[in-house]
Design a protein. Structure first.
Length: 320
């Protein structure tokens, strides 16, 4: 495939934030947006874009075949191959990035950031189309994330509880989706061919300065002064983003509901916790969300997924 067919915007200047809903992607986006060299977009949807472009091209191919059949010229019909669809996807994101930068008040910025919770489903495609782009995956303890998504959907979708069952049932299903999303990226062979960075939601609470420092280092942006990071932290705190609410102060009708960690301990039944642990035990363990028992330490486990492998030492040092 010719990756330079359009070249409207260099892929090295693109940043994609991935992660399931309510995992902290908005927080990372707001942190990056504080820097003059970075422009961030509103939430995009790779799922919708890819589906619409694929459907449109398929529909046009059918139209071409129909017209060729009507004119008895089937041997002369020239249909669009899948590579054309890939180039359309690339074109969309390049022209969108270009327009975003041109319409921004930070026109000299180096990076344009896309935040997209559905991107992990198409990670392989985007890694192929944008080999020099940078990918940031934001992850959160699935027990907390399940609760956050539950209240989020209840807030925006009338009758959500009646359609999906109670919180406990939702949390168990969420654990399966959390593992699936993890596997889509962490086990994909393309993960070894692109620049990526893993951010745990909890690390922003426990060590904001170091976490943000490493985030900007990943983008080759140096922030030497700790007071600069302190200003970033102040401008992106839960209190600042919610007009004064403190962490843990719940507002059921707000987009940012509680701004806290370990909320699952008061919300989930032990049976639900056990089921979620059974579903995602190894994944949670590799990311520091589950402490090994002595028995588990003596068991042989499958090799750690490649995306996590490089971060294990960092996570281990923080746990200690």
């Amino acid at each position: 495939m010719d990756h330079n067919l359009f070249s409207l915007f260099p892929s090295s200047d693109l940043v994609f934030i991935m992660g399931l809903r309510r995992s902290g992607t908005s927080w990372i986006q707001s942190i990056l947006n504080t820097h003059p060299s970075i422009v961030t977009r509103i939430e995009d949807s790779a799922e919708d874009i890819v589906r619409l472009l694929r459907t449109s091209l398929s529909s046009y191919n059918r139209t071409l075949k129909q017209r060729a059949w009507e004119n008895d010229q089937l041997e002369n019909v020239s249909l669009h191959p899948s590579d054309d669809f890939h180039q359309l996807v690339r074109f969309y994101f390049e022209i969108t990035a270009k327009n975003t930068l041109e319409n921004s008040d930070k026109k000299k910025s180096q990076f344009v950031v896309f935040r997209d919770f559905s991107l992990s489903s198409y990670f392989g495609l985007f890694a192929e189309l944008f080999p020099q782009a940078r990918f940031i995956y934001v992850i959160r303890d699935p027990r907390d994330a399940a609760i956050s998504t539950w209240y989020h959907h209840k807030r925006i979708d009338d009758g959500y509880e009646q359609k999906t069952g109670n919180l406990q049932y939702h949390a168990r299903n969420y654990a399966r989706e959390w593992v699936k999303d993890y596997n889509r990226v962490f086990f994909h062979p393309s993960v070894n061919n692109v620049a990526w960075h893993l951010v745990r939601y909890e690390d922003l609470f426990n060590d904001f300065e170091e976490t943000v420092q490493k985030l900007f280092e990943f983008l080759d942006i140096k922030i030497k002064k700790s007071d600069r990071i302190a200003k970033i932290q102040e401008s992106t705190t839960f209190s600042n983003l919610t007009d004064g609410r403190k962490n843990g102060q719940v507002d059921e009708n707000a987009y940012l509901r509680s701004g806290d960690t370990n909320i699952w301990q008061d919300e989930l039944e032990q049976r639900t916790v056990d089921i979620m642990d059974a579903i995602s035990h190894r994944h949670m363990q590799s990311l520091g969300y589950h402490q090994e028992t002595e028995e588990e330490q003596n068991q042989e486990v499958e090799e750690t997924p490649p995306l996590v492998r490089k971060n294990l030492k960092k996570l281990a040092s923080k746990k200690s």
